[in-house]
Design a binder for this molecule. Structure first.
Ligand code: F6R
Length: 600
């Protein structure tokens, strides 16, 4: 959600900003803009739509070695050129880009800006106008900036230009991600190192409520009381080729294809010297000391958590509850004396999950983040981190991170079970290698899933996914994948629940995807298929080798039943991909969605 990039140096900033914004496109946005500063002042270019649209309105003759850029995902005010960032104060002296939500902006407007005509509907404009007011009232800029930040309730990552001081970008953050990148004779600021990896791989992490005075040769970090903070840079461990599409038409397809390699890599990363799977002893102990584990997550990560619950309960015999982060505060479960909270988050930045993390940390509970992004907010703030090792996931629709989550959850379950001396009867290293091979077979069989997408989804406006046991949870994920990128209305149901309501939705020709990978429920789910067929549905049964029956549309290679979700989801990812493609949707950047959901 919203992305920020800034550059201060001696080169022309425009292309660095535009390329940076292109790298941030994956986060989701509906308008974009840049502001560049030179002797003539600050020039702002912005437009709704894609960076390609912004490129059309940029005047390439303007040379400016300082600039800030932004992709906006609308929160306050509709997506429009007027609401797009950068925003300026009424004198145009100050120019700002902001990521986050200022909860008290209406109050601030009434208190400080009664006489100012705001030109946008955004909370952001309030910030820049107050800085300007404080400077007009006699404060120096740095003080005005810090005083304004003190007033803000909510989240922000900010870069601010002052056209009367062309050597500086003022930067600040609270709860929204922002990094400073270190160069030779230049410095950058970005929401994500990916944006500026083209110019530097050295970054400095910023903490909440810090202010940075960025010049081309200096980076001064202070807290809001003006105390200077020293912090060494780290090397961003992202391989630039990981964030390129290569020959793929879409990131999503690339990421689906990467899944066998990701599963193999996870096994390798979690294998100890003895060849057995393992991870940090402190984490193992924290899990074993817990009376109950609470998995907290959103969207696809929540769906992974549902499968994870069963893996952990079956193998490690520790009770697990799974909660939607966005509902947790209103529906806080009764907590035992020693709970352990596991936050599953691809991005490690999801505001809903972070808010629960902050809440339970305040209560003194132990926390573990399972994330794909080392150094992300949730990773930094939790007591422990387990990494997913899936490599950057750029497509908005999560694919390889989901299967990576399942693989890591299975490892957690197995390690915890073994640590307690349980005889688990599963060689997980071997079984995960069978999963990786099965995934390879599926991704090589893409044309079949394209045919299925054509056959079942060409003309429909709705469709359902059914399953029992693990297959139900995979169906929920299949439905989410399909709806988010093809805009076909899709829901997942537990097979046994159909007759309690959802079956009323079935009409002649309604496509119903049924996953049948679990032997103990094979006959019952087949019974559910018969029920919907009797009402005219068009079923597409995807079963597993050994469980197939006449009429199944696809038979998955056999894998261990507890790992079947890792394989069962792949057809749904590919079917969703082709459905989206055939409908002419923007596969990697579906409407209204953002990759990194940094607002609650
Ligand atoms: C769907 C999807 C989202 C995310 C959700 C949580 O494809 O990607 O549902 O799973 O927004 O994001 P993370 O895992 O980054 O916390």
């Amino acid at each position: 959600m919203c992305g920020i990039v800034g550059y201060i140096g001696s080169q022309d900033s425009k292309e660095i900003l535009l390329k940076g914004l292109e790298k941030l496109e994956y986060r989701g946005y509906d308008s974009a803009g840049i502001a560049v500063m030179n002797e003539a002042g600050v020039t702002v270019f912005k437009d709704i739509g894609r960076i390609a649209d912004l490129r059309e309105v940029v005047d390439y003759d303007v040379f400016a070695s300082v600039g800030i850029g932004h992709t906006r995902w609308a929160t306050h005010g509709v997506p429009s050129k007027r609401n797009a960032h950068p925003h300026q104060c009424e004198t145009e002296r100050f120019t700002i880009v902001h990521n986050g939500v200022i909860e008290n902006y209406e109050l601030l407007k009434q208190k400080y800006l009664k006489d100012v005509d705001l030109v946008s509907d955004t909370d952001t404009e309030v910030i820049v106008q107050i800085v300007n007011k404080f400077v007009n009232d006699g404060m120096v800029v740095e003080q005005a900036f810090s005083e304004t930040l003190r007033l803000l309730h909510g989240s922000y990552a900010i870069a601010l230009l002052d056209c009367e001081n062309r050597d500086t970008i003022y930067v600040a953050k609270n709860k929204s991600p922002l990094l400073v990148g270190v160069g030779e004779g230049f410095n950058v600021v970005a929401s994500d190192a990916m944006a500026t990896l083209q110019v530097t791989d050295q970054y400095i992490e910023l903490m909440d409520k810090e202010v940075v005075i960025l010049t081309k040769d200096n980076i001064t970090i202070k807290n809001l009381d003006g105390i200077v903070m020293e912090r060494a840079p780290f090397k961003a461990m992202i391989d630039a080729s990981d964030i390129e599409k290569g020959t793929y038409p879409h990131y999503m397809l690339k990421e689906i294809d990467e899944q066998p390699a990701v599963v193999r890599k996870i096994v390798q990363k979690y294998q100890g010297d003895s060849g057995k799977l393992t991870f940090d002893k402190k984490i193992i102990n924290a899990c074993l000391e817990a009376e109950r584990i609470f998995i907290v997550a959103c969207g696809t990560s929540y769906h992974a958590g549902l499968v994870g619950k069963h893996l952990i309960e079956n193998m490690a015999k520790i009770p697990v509850e799974v909660h939607l982060a966005s509902e947790f505060s209103y529906n806080m479960p009764l907590l035992p004396k020693k709970p352990l909270f596991i936050f599953i988050s691809q991005s490690g930045e999801t505001a809903d999950s972070r808010s629960v993390l902050v809440q339970v940390k305040e209560m003194g509970h132990k926390t573990l983040t399972m994330t794909n992004v080392p150094g992300s907010t949730l990773s930094r703030e939790a007591d422990f981190t387990l990494l997913l090792h899936a490599g950057p996931e750029i497509a908005v629709a999560s694919t390889k991170a989901y299967t990576a989550q399942l693989a890591v959850l299975s490892i957690v379950a197995e390690v915890l079970g073994r640590a307690q001396g349980f005889n688990l009867n599963i060689d997980l290293v071997h079984e995960l290698s069978i999963v990786a091979n099965a995934m390879s077979t599926l991704v090589e069989d893409k044309h079949t899933f394209e045919e299925i997408a054509t056959e079942f989804l060409s003309i429909t406006s709705n469709c359902f996914f059914i399953g029992r046991a693990h297959d139900y949870y995979v169906g929920l994920e299949g439905a989410l994948k399909l709806k988010e990128i093809s805009y076909i209305y899709a829901e997942g149901f537990a097979g046994g629940e159909l007759k309690h309501g959802p079956i009323a939705l079935v009409e002649k020709g309604t496509p119903i995807f049924c996953l049948a990978t679990q032997e103990h429920v094979n006959l019952s789910i087949r019974g559910n298929v018969k029920e919907v067929v009797a009402r005219g549905a068009n079923p597409c049964i995807i079963s597993m080798d050994g469980l197939q029956m006449e009429g199944d549309r696809y038979v998955l290679p056999a894998v261990h039943p507890v790992l079947a979700p890792l394989v069962g989801v792949v057809p749904f990812q590919l079917i969703s991909y082709y459905a989206s493609l055939h409908r002419g949707c923007d596969v990697d950047k579906p409407r209204n969605l953002a990759k990194s959901v940094t607002v609650e």
